[in-house]
Write a protein that binds this ligand. Sequence first.
Ligand code: ZN
Ligand code: ZN
Length: 377
Amino acid sequence: MDLGTNHTLRRLVKTGIASALNWSGTDRLLDGPDLLIRRPVVLCYHRTVEDFAAGASQSLPSMLTSRAMLERHLDCLGRRFDFVSLDDLGAWLEGKKHFARSAAAVTFDDGYADFYHHAFPLLQRKGIPAAVFVPTDLAGTSALQIHDRLFLLLARAFERWGYRSAVGFVRSYLDRGKPAAYAQRIGFDEWTPPNAVSSLLGSLPQDEVHRLIETLETEIEIGPEAWNAHRALTWEMIVAMHRAGVTVGSHTKTHVELTNEKPQTILDEIQGSRSELERRLGTEVTHIAYPDGQFNAAVVQAAAACGYRFGYTTCRHRDARHPLLTIPRILLWENSCLDARGDFSPAIFKCLVRGLFPFTDNCLRDHRRTNGNGFDL
Ligand SMILES: [Zn+2]
Ligand SMILES: [Zn+2]
């Protein structure tokens, strides 16, 4: 979610590496029948919108991909990969299936209604299987996702009060009788609304984030247009897409960052969402994507105990005891594959898909650690 100088630098480095591979002809190796090509890839998107610039003015930009950019990504990928469903990918990972060509699966997190309106028709037209991961308590409601609510409040606070006062408001909230560990874990340097959201959600248990949100809401209001832009899928949409072949998986009940929570909450979130999906869809649910890709040994064990067979992250780290419950995905959005001029670059897309940019997966989390709040899991 870092936008700015760091982002520009990354774009230049990406362009440089992709151009060097292209110039030397090395990129052709990536298309050839070598070992690299055998590794399937799983892509992870969030929202699909008609107009990226309009969407980015009132949303977390790194959640958005325009329908036109999504189509470019899919066309680029389809030249070298066969698109497969997550069930087929799972069968391959379990050694029960063989793919003639490299396989790619496309997934969408968070269950926004814009998946139904913009991505689903495109995927159907192209005959591409896909999966959507749904936070079940939000489906069919007009509630905002916790990250959108926090982002919209912080963006308005930064705009209205300025950087110092907005950060000061959050700091003073955390100083009022909260465990000192909270403020220590949160890096307040160079806060922007997007990285403040990431920092707060990654550091605090969800009930604490809700209390902070309610405190911000005593001062700031989120307008109705913003609520409309972030609508969740209805159950009718989810059932219709499932009948049309879309895989529906769990994304917990409330989009909770599981590694910040107590064991009972973890179990309730992942078991409860599975039961709800199975009841609504009348089928077994075996796939879960951990919100924000956050997992640790306790979360993975809980997913296994609740009957999930496949779990999806957003980094390269695996749990050696449960590799199928820690399947890496490549996180993509509108600006992931732009060159230094700001144009979509098929060469950069190819390098990203092949995992050739180590800095795009700079996960520093210790996934063995029991829990962010020191709960003994
Ligand atoms: Zn999510
Ligand atoms: Zn990681």
